[in-house]
Every structure is written in structure tokens, then in C-alpha cells.
Write a protein that binds this ligand. Structure first.
Ligand SMILES: Cc1ncc(COP(=O)(O)O)c(C=O)c1O
Length: 445
């Protein structure tokens, strides 16, 4: 039975059944695994999450940008169901199967650039990033990797080294992988000086820091999220990504676009790089790729991908047959329902409604993002001083009203909105009404 696409609260959020489960979690799950909103979910679809108490919550998070095609999307369910009935695992490195190859073919077709491409499949985004670095190092014979302020690339040892934020991602977990260099991000809202010059100045800093601290001919790869995710949906100004890509071409380095959060229709294009026609040498994808089943990929220039010796890439579960079937289902949903177009419609609704809110509340210092990847950054009015306390309070007020929203940002002061692209306009507007009510309640407006 389809889930009724309406917010409905029958208990407090979280309700008694969820609280019971939360106390079992407390006793049996490691404390390091924290939850944003402990409403335990039993069913989901469209733009609704149904919790164990029967509350219908509006979903503005998509499980952190994963269920882009919607939860339990029909083509994902059909293909995964067919696959799971046939076989669940052989290990592609032992006895292979067609689904893996089909996903690699689709990735070659859909990712930016019309050059010859190949892919390798993995389980998680962090694993894809680690493997992209491995490939870049072997292909170039160099070791240094340049990454950016506010970056998030994962929680494994190498990806923690690439991730910028200490708490909670890195704190106490070092020492980290070496030969990683961090440079400033072109962050328009927080760039000191004139907004028009952010691209030039940020690129000049990149060039100079690499020259002084690393040496151009030591750089294996430059890795960047074309729109930064956990860092707070920071959109670099036009021209910054193309210049980095050109610098990599000029200096024999591999340009890696980490599109794990921004990829697969989220930003109104198939990939965020498409916006400026940027063609990365390697692209990492995960999250939206398979509608919720664990799958990730590195896709890139065939000659780079083939630089690694046989057996150098892989993993027991990488490209699991059910996850591959789900990915083919997710891609079918994206193509048949024009999900890039849907993301652009969602952006218009968010811009209108959040723009109105920003007029009313001077604490909204910046409204940014692209497609269905939108954010507001909260500050103390009249300053750019981050206001994480206000952000947390508004988030809690949204949660209590049955709207799942996520926060982000190096300073914990960004609301990021990542609805599934299957959400209705009515639910989007209702969610935005809830945000307005939450602001009114918290600010006493
Ligand atoms: C841009 C980016 N890269 C890498 C990752 C890590 O992915 P995973 O959590 O699947 O390891 C994330 C996760 O949020 C991400 O947003």
C-alpha cells in the first residue's frame, strides 16, 4: 500500500515505541554511533518516513543524500527483488556477473566527458575515495594529495586525513595518513575581501601554497567536492573548478571530483561538475547511485584506471549483485522521471521560500546551493559570527514538528536540505512552513 503523502503526528517525536528502541540502542550500540533524530523508521517512500509510533515525518534529508530517487523506489525494488531471488553474492573477483559490468557501462555513459572511461565498484564513499587516491598515485608515480578547507571525504584513515573537521570526525583518531596538503576553499560567503575576486584569489593561494609547500611535480592528485557537503554546501564561484582542472592538466596531476554527495541528479545536473562543463580525470560516486543499497564507484579515464596492476583494486563485497541491480533501477528512475529537471524545480521552491525567510530573519546570513542541495547559514545578526546554538534549536523545533532536517558546516551553523526528488510540491511547502514555524518559535517572533 502506498504511504499517505501527508505529515501526521500521533505521538510526540520521538514517541514511546521509538524511545523504547532508543533505550535498547543505548544498551547495545556503541555510543560513537550517534543519531540525529531517534525516531525509529519502519517504512518510507515519496517524501515521508513512517516511524515506529505511526508518525508520518517529512523527509528533508534522504538519509544524507542517498534516497535521491525516493525510498523503496519502484524500479529499485523490482530490480533488487529480482536479483536477490537469483543470487546474493559470488564476489566479482572470483566469479563475475553482468550487473557489475552494466553499472560500469552506465557510469561511463553518464559521468562527465566523452573520453574512454572505466570504473571499479566499492561499498562506501570513503572506500571509493581511498581507491581514487591509490589509482592516482600509481598512475602518476607521485604521492602528494591536495585537498581543501571544509572538505569531507570520509572516516577511514586516509579519508580522515582528507576531511577537514576535527570534531567529531577526526578527534582522537590520529595519526593520519601522510603527504596530504590542505589549501583554502573558495568559500564566497566567508572569503575576506571582495566577492568578485574570490575565484582569482583562492586560485592564487592554491597555486602559491602548492608551489611553496608541495612542489607541482610532486602532486599526484587534487581532490575536491564540486559542492562541498558536510562542510556546509559551499558552492565555489564560477571559474574555480575549471581552473583547478586546467592546473592539473598543465602539471600532470589527477583531478578528482568527489561527487559522492553532489552526484546523480542532486544538483539539477547529472553531476555537479556538469554545471560548468568540468571534466574530472576521476570521479567518485556513492550515496544516490543505488537508491539506498551500499554501492560506490571510481570512474575515470581508461588509461588512469588501467594503470593499476590486476588484483590491486577490489574487495569482497564491492559491486554486490543486489546493489548493482538497485543501481540500475535507480538510474532507470532518474532517466525516466527526468530527475535533474525535478531537482531544478525543487531549487526554485526552496529559493523562493527560504529567500522570504531570510528577509524576515537577519540570522540567515547566506542562502546557497544548487538543485535539491540547498542550505542556509545562520549567524548572529549584523555579523558573520556562526550561530550553532540557534541552528540546533531550530533543528530540534523542526524535528518535534515531524520534519527531518540535517545540520552541517565546519561551525555547525548550516541547515542543509536534501529532500528525495520523489517528494511532492505539497510536502515541500509543508516542510518549509514547518521551518518558518520553527524559526518563529525559537526567535520568539
Ligand atoms: C563528499 C563525500 N565524500 C565521501 C563521503 C563518505 O562516504 P561514506 O559515508 O559512504 O563512506 C561522504 C559522506 O557523506 C561525502 O559526502
Amino acid at each position: 500500500m502506498p504511504i499517505e503523502q501527508r505529515r501526521r503526528l500521533v505521538t510526540a517525536v520521538p514517541g514511546p515505541r521509538s524511545l523504547e528502541l532508543a533505550s535498547r540502542k543505548q544498551a547495545s550500540v556503541a555510543h560513537g554511533v550517534a543519531t540525529t533524530l531517534p525516531a525509529y523508521i519502519v517504512e518510507a517512500g515519496g517524501g515521508i518516513l513512517v516511524d515506529a509510533d505511526g508518525n508520518h515525518l517529512i523527509d528533508f534529508g534522504s538519509g544524507i543524500a542517498v534516497t535521491t530517487v525516493g525510498n523503496a523506489a519502484p524500479a529499485v525494488v523490482r530490480r533488487a527483488h529480482e536479483a536477490v531471488q537469483k543470487f546474493t553474492h559470488t564476489c566479482f573477483m572470483v566469479t563475475p556477473y553482468e550487473g557489475y559490468v552494466e553499472v560500469a557501462e552506465k557510469l561511463a555513459e553518464l559521468t562527465p566527458g566523452d573520453h574512454a572511461k572505466k570504473s571499479a565498484l566499492f561499498n562506501s564513499g570513503a572506500e571509493a575515495v581511498e581507491n581514487a587516491i591509490k589509482i592516482a598515485r600509481v598512475a602518476t608515480g607521485r604521492t602528494a594529495v591536495v585537498c581543501f578547507d571544509h572538505a569531507y571525504h570520509g572516516r577511514t584513515n586516509l579519508t580522515m586525513a582528507l576531511t577537514a573537521k576535527d570534531m567529531p570526525y577526526k578527534h582522537g583518531f590520529g595519526p593520519f595518513a601522510s603527504d596530504i596538503y590542505r589549501v583554502p576553499m573558495a568559500y564566497p560567503y566567508r572569503w575576506p575581501g571582495d566577492a568578485e575576486h574570490v575565484t582569482d584569489e583562492a586560485f592564487a593561494q592554491f597555486e602559491s601554497l602548492v608551489h611553496v609547500q608541495v612542489g607541482e611535480n610532486q602532486v599526484a592528485a587534487v581532490i575536491i567536492e564540486p559542492i562541498q557537503g558536510e562542510g556546509g554546501f559551499i558552492v565555489p564561484p564560477d571559474g574555480f573548478l575549471p581552473r583547478l582542472a586546467q592546473w592539473c592538466r598543465d602539471n600532470g596531476a589527477v583531478f578528482i571530483a568527489d561527487e559522492i554527495q553532489s552526484g546523480f541528479c542532486r544538483t539539477g545536473d547529472w553531476f555537479a561538475c556538469d554545471h560548468e562543463g568540468v571534466v574530472p580525470d576521476l570521479i567518485t560516486t556513492a550515496k544516490g547511485i543505488a537508491g539506498g543499497l551500499p554501492l560506490a564507484a571510481v570512474t575515470g579515464r581508461a588509461e588512469l584506471m588501467d594503470a593499476v596492476h590486476p588484483g590491486g583494486l577490489g574487495g569482497t563485497y564491492g559491486g554486490n549483485p543486489v546493489a548493482c541491480a538497485a543501481a540500475l533501477g535507480a538510474i532507470e528512475e532518474m532517466q525516466t522521471n527526468d530527475l535533474p529537471g525535478r531537482a531544478r524545480q525543487i531549487e526554485r521552491i526552496f529559493r523562493d521560500r527560504l529567500g522570504e525567510l531570510a528577509q524576515r530573519y537577519p540570522a540567515i546570513g547566506d542562502l546557497r546551493g544548487r538543485g535539491a542541495m540547498m542550505a542556509v547559514e545562520l549567524v548572529r545578526p549584523g555579523t558573520k559570527e556562526p550561530d550553532p546554538a540557534l541552528t540546533g534549536a531550530v533543528a530540534r523545533a523542526c524535528h518535534a514538528r515531524g520534519l527531518v532536517v540535517l545540520t552541517a558546516g565546519s561551525f555547525g551553523n548550516v541547515f542543509r536540505f536534501l529532500p528525495p526528488l520523489s517528494i511532492s510540491d505539497d510536502l515541500l511547502h509543508e516542510g518549509l512552513d514547518v521551518i518558518a514555524e520553527a524559526f518563529a518559535e525559537v526567535t520568539g517572533d
